[in-house]
Design a protein around this ligand. Structure first.
Ligand code: MG
Length: 231
């Protein structure tokens, strides 16, 4: 295995980069993890109990990450839903670390939406099959510009989402069941996290259906804003 970009690859590796607020540098996108049911009010609206013993995760492919302001409405769904989430960006490698060791690996934060094909997810759940394709598709992870805040552990702040000017989701980061440092620590016990990795931290209640031509605006206090249109 070679991890050197100067190696003689059979074809040119694709590295995608995200915009960082106030910087000309790009953040190289690595793996994308998302935690499920990290706010009790959202677990309740999904009709499930909160599992406080351990968090659970799923992944999205790197091509899910999008900073487009116009996103093509995805194929193969009749029920696309929004989930506004705080997104954490990692700036260094870590493995098997404790929550107290987590914050030194934080590069920054963003406002993200975990776009979900709820119809596909519900059908997969019923059949006890994986829900990958309901969560991982082109542009299924729109994210704002990154706010660079190295070493900062964010634990509170209002988080909200509007569709066509109407408020649909509203919560506070302080209501996360698993905090940012605990999420990083937990994941690092199962896989080596690398600089460039991205973690979606769960959504508060109010998730709902999106339609073509909808204008979506999301905001997290002290982090930033995200706006895009489904076309
Ligand atoms: Mg989510």
């Amino acid at each position: 295995m070679a991890e050197d970009l100067k190696a003689h690859f059979a074809f040119k590796p694709i590295i995608r980069g995200m915009e960082i607020s106030g910087s000309k540098e790009l953040f190289p996108i690595g793996k994308v993890y998302c935690v499920g049911r990290n706010y009790a009010d959202h677990a309740k609206e999904m009709g499930v109990n909160v599992d406080t013993d351990q968090p659970f995760f799923f992944s999205k492919p790197s091509q899910a990450v999008s900073q487009l302001t116009s996103i093509p409405f995805p194929t193969q769904t009749e029920n696309l839903q929004h989930e506004v989430e705080l997104v954490v960006f990692l700036g260094s490698e870590c493995s098997n670390i404790s929550p107290s060791e987590s914050k030194q690996h934080i590069f920054g934060y963003g406002v993200g939406i975990d776009l979900t094909k709820r119809d596909l997810q519900t059908a997969a759940k019923k059949a006890s099959k994986p829900w990958d394709l309901s969560k991982g598709f082109d542009n299924s992870a729109p994210i704002s510009k990154i706010l660079k805040k190295e070493g900062l552990l964010l634990s509170e702040g209002n988080i909200s989402l509007k569709v066509n000017g109407q408020k649909k989701q509203s919560g506070n980061l302080s209501n996360m069941i698993w905090k940012v440092d605990e999420l990083i620590s937990y994941l690092s016990k199962f896989i080596t996290l690398k600089a460039g990795d991205i973690i979606f931290t769960g959504t508060p209640s109010g998730v709902g259906k999106l339609n073509i031509n909808d204008k979506i605006e999301a905001e997290i206090e002290n982090v930033g804003t995200l706006a895009f249109e489904l076309i």
